[in-house]
Write a protein that binds this ligand. Structure first.
Ligand code: HEC
Ligand code: HEC
Ligand code: HEC
Ligand code: HEC
Length: 168
């Protein structure tokens, strides 16, 4: 019994160390995810994202419709909060809009193959852990709730943009 307790405490201490060191992780940009997340076998997450509007949300701030809402839209922090959420983390990532890491967390450490393959390790290295549909919905609502007074149908929206790894 004592041995089990000691082992448990040791594991907890290790998790803590990993968690603390993961605070150094940084945002690297969606292009860094492309290499491993573009094939049909992996689920084409990158091409799917690139084809949809999350990758164009910063560009949307330069349209006439955007100018009507705010003359300085591409530089307005209020608009950037949802349309270019990575801008304040890394100015170079402003133009990619709602990039992979806006939903998955800063990828500098978890993008390593050995870490990516192990969910617990990936989470300890900065990957956001979604435990349920409700967790996912909460993340979407940080931007979609009441945005431009438009209704948001989570189930339909998730169906549109979800990008699972195909069953083997
Ligand atoms: C070196 C290759 C590689 C790179 C680079 C990479 N991934 Fe992965 N990723 C993988 C592999 C392999 C898996 C695991 C697939 C499996 O378990 O079947 C994975 C799994 C994932 C998962 C599911 C993990 C889980 O445990 O739930 C997410 C989310 C993910 N990657 C996001 C990203 C993001 C975002 C980036 C860029 C910041 C990225 N990946 C970069 C190879 C990579
Ligand atoms: C709370 C998050 C949020 C904020 C803040 C926000 N937007 Fe949006 N914006 C969205 C979402 C979500 C959509 C997509 C709505 C939809 O299609 O259902 C959107 C859509 C748009 C569109 C339409 C894009 C298209 O492809 O047709 C424009 C233009 C736009 N926003 C401009 C702005 C401007 C300018 C600001 C700042 C004054 C701003 N937004 C602030 C979340 C936000
Ligand atoms: C960081 C803010 C943010 C988060 C988080 C976010 N979105 Fe969006 N989403 C936007 C913005 C901004 C747009 C509008 C982009 C445009 O029209 O240019 C948008 C557009 C969309 C669209 C319409 C575009 C299309 O390609 O059909 C869908 C569907 C959508 N989001 C679903 C989701 C779902 C589901 C989640 C949660 C898993 C989510 N979004 C999380 C900001 C966000
Ligand atoms: C709007 C938010 C959002 C964006 C943007 C986004 N993802 Fe995801 N992704 C999710 C959510 C939510 C899940 C489901 C929960 C999970 O598996 O972590 C998911 C799941 C995944 C998975 C695992 C699928 C599985 O079957 O286990 C991979 C791999 C992945 N995303 C890669 C990426 C890559 C690469 C990008 C950018 C090219 C990206 N995602 C962009 C929200 C997003």
């Amino acid at each position: 019994m004592k041995k089990i307790l000691m082992t448990a405490m040791l594991i907890m201490a290790m998790v803590l160390v990993v968690t603390l060191s993961s605070q150094d992780v940084t945002y690297v940009g969606s292009a860094k995810c492309k290499m491993c997340h573009k094939s049909e076998k992996q689920g084409e997450q990158f091409p799917q994202w690139e084809a949809r509007k999350h990758s164009k949300s910063f560009a949307a701030l330069s349209t006439d419709a955007a100018k009507e809402l705010a003359a300085d839209a591409p530089d307005n922090p209020k608009c950037l909060k949802c349309h270019a959420p990575l801008a304040e983390k890394n100015a170079e990532l402003k133009e990619e809009g709602v990039g992979c890491e806006a939903c998955h967390g800063p990828g500098s450490a978890y993008k390593k193959m050995t870490i990516m393959k192990d969910h617990a390790q990936a989470v300890a290295n900065g990957l956001i852990d979604y435990k349920s549909e409700d967790d996912i919905k909460k993340q979407c609502l940080t931007c979609h709730e009441g945005a431009h007074d438009k209704p948001f149908d989570f189930a339909a929206a998730w169906e549109k943009v979800k990008h699972p790894i195909p069953e083997k």
